[in-house]
Write a protein that binds this ligand. Structure first.
Ligand SMILES: Nc1nc2c(c(=O)[nH]1)N[C@@H](CN(C=O)c1ccc(C(=O)N[C@@H](CCC(=O)O)C(=O)O)cc1)CN2
Ligand SMILES: [Mg+2]
Length: 293
């Protein structure tokens, strides 16, 4: 069994990005600039956004963090987004999810300039990804593709079973894995909350990607011998032995599943760190006008 080291891969990607930024600076160019909007005080969201800002500094990007109270109105937020759309200094914009219930994520995306949508969630970017046109790929699926590529995992003709159909992970990764690209060329099955006999499907998987946020859902009996297992789940579960009172747990029961796998991602240190690196990569692509002129 080989551990897919997301931390190491993420560091390698960030070094590549930092080298490109150094080159841009040396040529007297403008450094990439990411704006991140955070609404409210959710612990996980605050950690992720802070980590994004720190990662920007590490690779030499400029960043702007806009942190609003939970009671900001939808219209106030939309006005701010329209301002950022018009700001030529800012190359990429993300709005950290989840948003409070009174703000429509769909409206936020529709207002956002798709050319700055470095999360790849805007309908234009989703549509272009489906059509196989240049687009910003959502960071987590993009990170999974990087892991498969950099570990030279053969995906062509393999059966890839995806558990979860979220817009952030499940749906886009199932499309990317079915595309005629490498990685890709897989036969894809999507499972979700109404799938009958989940284990029947997961046992068929050569490549199993799980993104539902249900700690320990996938147990050893649900996995084929030699499978590649990608665990996207990162749920905070109570752990009184830790000072902070919690630990992260994936959707896969790592201890029982790992011995059966050819490759597996740990939690933490698997897909998570790549989510941040691929956001930086998209921001660099935005600054270089690689996707849109
Ligand atoms: N606008 C967005 N919102 C959300 C996204 C997103 O891509 N765009 N994805 C998730 C949260 N997320 C980034 O935003 C994210 C999740 C996990 C990690 C990560 O590095 N996890 C580490 C553990 C970190 C820890 O100790 O808490 C790991 O798995 O090793 C990074 C980013 C939902 N919202
Ligand atoms: Mg899902």
């Amino acid at each position: 069994m080989t551990l897919l080291d997301g931390k190491k891969t993420s560091e390698a990607i960030q070094s590549e990005i930092a080298a490109e930024v150094a080159e841009i600076k040396a040529q007297g160019g403008k450094v990439p600039h990411l704006a991140a909007i955070l609404v409210g005080q959710d612990g996980g969201s605050m950690t992720y956004v802070n980590n994004k800002v720190i990662a920007c500094e590490r690779v030499g990007f400029a960043s702007t963090l806009l942190h609003y109270e939970t009671d900001i109105t939808e219209e106030e937020l939309l006005t701010k987004i329209r301002e950022i759309n018009e700001d030529p200094e800012i190359d990429g914009l993300i709005v950290q999810l989840p948003l409070p219930k009174h703000i429509s994520g769909d409206k936020v995306l529709e207002v956002m300039d798709y050319k700055k949508d470095v999360d790849g969630f805007h309908p234009v970017n989703v549509g272009r990804m489906v059509a196989g046109l240049p687009a910003y790929l959502p960071a987590t699926p993009y990170g999974i593709m990087q892991l498969l590529e950099r570990y030279h995992i053969d995906t062509k003709g393999k059966h890839c079973v995806v558990v979860g159909r979220s817009n952030i992970v499940g749906t886009p990764i199932s499309i990317l894995m079915s595309k005629c690209t490498i990685p890709g060329e897989s036969t894809v099955t999507i499972c979700h909350r109404n799938t009958v006999d989940l284990a029947h499907h997961t046992r068929q998987a050569d490549i199993l990607i799980v993104a539902v946020g249900r700690p320990g859902l996938i147990t050893a009996d649900m996995v084929k011998e030699g499978a590649v297992v990608i665990d996207v789940g990162t749920t905070r579960v109570t752990d009184t032995t830790r000072e902070r009172g919690w630990r992260l747990r994936g959707d896969v029961d790592f201890d029982s599943v790992a011995p059966k796998c050819s490759y597996i991602t740990p939690v933490p240190g698997g897909v998570g760190p790549l989510t941040i690196s691929m956001l930086l990569k998209n921001t660099l692509r935005a600054a270089k006008k690689e996707v849109y002129s």
